[in-house]
Design a protein around this ligand. Structure first.
Ligand SMILES: [Zn+2]
Length: 372
């Protein structure tokens, strides 16, 4: 994660700032200085934004801690100018668990807003928020209203907003997961179009941006759900590649280059006897070529790190592990012998085939037929 800076750790989860977020802070600081504010006022202005994003971090921690209750670890939390992202290692199978993880984020902002409301009532402070041109005058009220906005905005029933997940989870308790996602994604895209139209009519670039964000998010979510539906209960052997080139540790990098140019394979399993000693990826190959030349042995430049799977293992689990470990290719074994390769590209093809089959006309009226 070179594009982000680690700023701290909360509950064992790394908190990162994306460089675009740092740009926003610097830009805002310069904006206040250019307007003729003194240094103190500019710092207050930046401080208000910092406080808002602290609330966003707490929101993301809400998701992360709810996920932890269901044994789903969070890889990291990253702040972007448009908000935060808690990267969960996976989305739980049970819809109600996803429901609670999704609502935990906005619930944190609701609690913050209520606490600020109590402080405002107790101190007799103003309820009117301060404007961006006059930062920090009504700090408590500003933060309270922004938290209210965060609750409302995140609960919009549109992916990738939390409300989209809530909607999907509720639908998934009544229908299957893929269908629930399809409906939720359609609702999200409908809302995106609505945002886009309103954004055009009132010429609001922010709304147009949100519209695009939601539209793309809905598509991605639908794709992920389809992948899950396609891979569920399917063994690895059904999606593995069975024609591939193997290398031996004593082969040279030149041999590997030849194999790369001869076919469409990009990653090569390196096999000694029957045992797989590793996978030489195209990236590793290029690195070895530039650092050591053509004559170095493949066995000497192999970097470990990836795992092997059994051909009877579940595709779904193998895929999740591949994504988690950033492995694009894993060897598939049967009884200690290499029988195939599982690549992310294969999985992409599997998805395309499935998508084409779904669109193909049914041989009979399938409405009365049981699903196969
Ligand atoms: Zn959230």
């Amino acid at each position: 994660m070179k594009s982000s800076v680690r700023v701290g750790t909360a509950a064992g989860i790394g908190i990162f700032l994306h460089w675009t977020f740092l740009l926003l802070i610097v830009g805002l600081f310069v904006f206040y200085l250019l307007r003729g504010e003194n240094l103190a006022a500019a710092l207050v202005g930046v401080g208000v934004v910092g406080a808002v994003f602290l609330c966003v971090v707490l929101h993301e921690l809400g998701h992360a801690l709810a996920a932890r209750r269901y044994n789903v670890p969070t890889r990291d939390i990253t702040l972007y100018p448009i908000g935060g992202v808690a990267r969960l290692q996976r989305i739980p199978e049970e819809p109600m668990k996803e429901f609670w993880i999704a609502v935990a984020g906005p619930a944190v902002n609701l609690v913050i807003a209520i606490l600020l409301l109590l402080v405002i009532l107790a101190t007799g402070a103003s309820f009117a928020p301060s404007s961006i041109l006059d930062p920090g005058t009504h700090l408590l009220a500003t933060l309270m209203w922004l938290n209210v906005v965060l609750v409302g905005f995140n609960l919009l029933p549109a992916f990738p907003m939390d409300g989209g997940r809530v909607l999907r989870a509720l639908l998934a308790t009544r229908t299957d997961y893929a269908r629930a996602t399809e409906i939720a994604a359609n609702v999200g895209q409908g809302m995106a179009i609505l945002f886009g139209l309103v954004g055009l009519v009132f010429f609001n670039p922010f709304l147009l941006f949100i519209a695009l964000f939601v539209y793309v998010g809905a598509q991605q979510e639908a794709r992920q759900a389809m992948l899950r539906a396609v891979t569920q209960g399917v063994p690895v052997r059904q999606a593995m590649m069975t024609r591939f080139t193997r290398l031996a540790p004593e082969d040279t990098v030149a041999d590997a280059v030849e194999a790369l140019l001869a076919g469409s394979d990009q990653d090569f399993p390196v096999v000694e006897g029957e045992a797989v000693v590793g996978v030489l990826t195209r990236k590793q190959l290029m690195k070895a070529l530039s650092e050591h030349g053509r004559t170095v042995r493949v066995g000497d430049v192999l970097e470990g790190g990836c795992f092997t799977v059994e051909d009877g293992a579940l595709l779904e689990e193998a895929f999740a592990r591949m994504v988690e470990a950033s492995c694009s290719t894993v060897p598939v074994m049967r009884g200690g012998r290499l029988v195939g390769l599982l690549t992310l590209e294969n999985l992409g093809e599997l998805l395309m085939i499935n998508s084409a089959l779904r669109k193909a006309p049914a041989p009979h009226d399938s409405a009365s037929m049981p699903p196969s």
